[in-house]
Design a protein around this ligand. Sequence first.
Ligand code: AHR
Length: 503
Amino acid sequence: MKASVIAHKDFVVSKVDDRVYGAFLEHLGRAVYTGIYEPDHPTADANGMRGDVAKLVKDLNIPVVRYPGGNFVSAYNWEDGIGPREERPVRLDLAWHTSESNAVGIHEFADWCQTVGTEMMLAVNLGSRGVDDARNFLEYVNHPGGSYWSDLRIKNGRKEPWNVRMWCLGNEMDGPWQVGHKDADEYGKLAANTARAMRMFDSKLELIVCGSSHSDMPSFPDWERIVLEHTYEHVDFISLHMYFRNPEQHTGNYLGLSEKLDRYIETVASTIRQVKHKKRSKRDVYISFDEWNVWYHSSQKDRQILDGNSGWPHAPGLLEDIYNFEDVLMVGLILNTFIRRADVVKIACIAQLVNVIAPIMTEKGGPAWAQTIYYPYYFASLHGRGTALNLVVNSPSYESAHDSETPYVDVAGVHDAEANTLSFFLVNRHPTESIETGLSLQGFGTGTIIDHQVMTHPDLRAVNTATNQDEVKPRRGDGASIADGQLTVSLPPYSYQMIRVQL
Ligand code: AHR
């Protein structure tokens, strides 16, 4: 089989916002406790943060981490996590039917972000709380001093404000599972009022209003229209979430889900345009895809705790999906979609980062390791920065449940003008056929291949574990070549590849 791609220097989508390689960390399961924080761990630093986890996170060069939830935030009192640890209350977390010790709060999270070199993106509680909570939290976090909340922050050991610029106005408020769930009108009004109050403090904040939890929600896409009609002039982003599942073990349909993702983005982009024109607005609102990942492997196992049959455990194993090789392909496809929609998707957060549906796993007191999906995320984050190219792709296709013409070859390309490089991320969805792919590089001059990474595995269900951490990992590719402005590469069946060209 053959496929062809044309990449032209002048055919571009938009600059890729670095923040599409963001991540999400919630007080959920073992994400925080025995994930990033484990004071007794042999690698723990002075703040009790695991050094082995911090290293794996740092290597990903993550620009932003969203915190503290998720469903958790909708009944979270942020003040529970400040002040002397021994005085912090233990609370019941209604979202996940667990207990929260509050040993980690905003100070500890902020210090950790500094350690791993990332920026904070904070969510305010618009479920059980509202405007008052949001303005107080903002004052605590961003005001230099001389007011009640900022002076309390100083008393608690942090003199300088953190100056967090990205703020989420609640989480998944369209979902009946959310504490304080609202309909679109109720939420839209609350979000607009909260945004107005927050902007009275600082007009330059970047505010993110809740869109749909997924595109199968009965309220989608009216939710986006109604919420934006209330908030358009006051927010910068609308947040979307989507989790990818393959319970039927149908690889063709599973890998076709990125076509559904693309339509989801397109529908919301057109809703944003509709509301913009209706309001005769001059400002733009973009998409923050601040929760995405594969999530289904652990769902069965979690029922016991989520149904409340285990009491209120503290930091139990929850949502601990063990990812396989098939998920590498899915994650590669998702990231490719975000690159191609760089014109409208400006923030995206893999959900989540450690232990909970995460690229990084840990054992309490034991090792930390990279799950299979760590690698496509790593390659995109490190090398998918620059300008997204508007590629012309000609590929044989198949019929999936999500698109009658799902192309076997999925590709995204990024031109980094500063480093003078081209990076291509390619997935072959074909189960049995290699696809000889020619990429015509037009307007770029000559180039040489400087990096070529390939992920294949004979078993789609192969996983990495604590004792076999390297079962699924990239290997250096060979056989790709450039001649006469044509990059030629063979894509093995069910494979992920990254190729970088120095111009
Ligand atoms: O990431 C897990 C959960 O998925 C989040 O808490 C929630 O926002 C979503 O439903």
